[in-house]
Design a protein around this ligand. Structure first.
Ligand SMILES: C[S@@+](CC[C@H](N)C(=O)[O-])C[C@H]1O[C@@H](n2cnc3c(N)ncnc32)[C@H](O)[C@@H]1O
Length: 243
């Protein structure tokens, strides 16, 4: 179960070194699809800024960066104290490595043309918040765009908790909100340094069906093959859609 894992021992520096010290081709493909999904949506919809949320933000800034051109607030939600501390540090003084992720997003003019660049804007709009996506969504606030990367299947072995995380993520969004969610298919769990974290073994069909309990407006993509990021999964599944 999610509550049994050692989330406060999650080491963000080791996680970033292993996963995000350079832009892997799978991340480049994810950013290409997500960038187009958000940009196409918001291009047709001029006017006021929206509130975005990245659920289980952990030690990854690129989901938040992918929403940045359109948001005047971005909530970075996580349950791990160490990851929350990492996020607080990064929004006031980011590591250089994240610049290469931003440069990939800048292949679209909405990102490239952001006045003043991303970093001052990120520290202005980001709100780091401790929270548990498995708890009931009992607050009135809703977000108009959202991301959840490698979270629902990567926080527990329980299929019930997997479905609950997907449902709660989608329920935090307003109807019609564009979202992007990434998953490791058939994940067997993962190490961060010497600490083991659980995963739920789900297929692309199960991921898609879980999202479709809330919205039919979703498309899933298979990105990369087994072992490209680490051993013990079969592919990355990216889901882009509208709540
Ligand atoms: C595999 S990491 C993914 C991190 C990041 N989103 C990424 O793309 O690399 C899973 C994240 O979920 C967070 N997490 C675990 N349980 C959670 C919960 N119940 N609610 C919110 N976040 C949780 C962890 O602290 C960790 O940051």
């Amino acid at each position: 179960m999610n509550a049994d894992a050692r989330w406060d021992d999650f080491d963000p520096a080791l996680y970033v070194e292993k996963n995000y010290s350079r832009v892997l081709s799978v991340d480049e493909t994810i950013m290409t699809v997500v960038r187009a999904h958000f940009s196409d949506h918001f291009r047709r919809r001029s006017g006021r800024s929206v509130h975005g949320i990245d659920v289980g933000a952990g030690a990854n800034l690129y989901p938040a960066l992918s929403m940045l051109p359109w948001c005047d607030r971005i909530t970075l939600l996580d349950r791990s104290k160490s990851n929350l501390e990492y996020l607080r540090q990064q929004i006031v003084g980011h590591d250089d490595g994240w610049e290469s992720f931003w440069r990939k997003l800048c292949l679209d003019d909405a990102y490239a043309g952001m006045p003043g660049g991303p970093w001052a804007r990120l520290s202005e709009v980001a709100r780091v918040e401790q929270g548990d996506i498995l708890q009931p969504v009992d607050r009135p606030e809703r977000w108009q765009t959202g991301t959840m990367f490698f979270v629902a299947e990567s926080i527990s072995t329980s299929i019930t908790e997997f479905h609950r995380a997907v449902r709660h993520f989608l329920e935090t969004l307003t109807p019609g909100a564009p979202f992007a969610a990434a998953f490791m298919e058939h994940s067997q769990g993962y190490w961060v340094g010497d600490t083991w974290f659980p995963a739920c073994d789900v297929s692309q069909a199960e991921i898609s069906a879980s999202i479709k309990r809330v919205t039919d407006s979703v498309r899933t993509y298979r990105i990369g093959g087994p072992g490209e990021v680490r051993p013990g999964y079969t592919s990355i599944i990216l889901a882009c859609g509208f709540r």
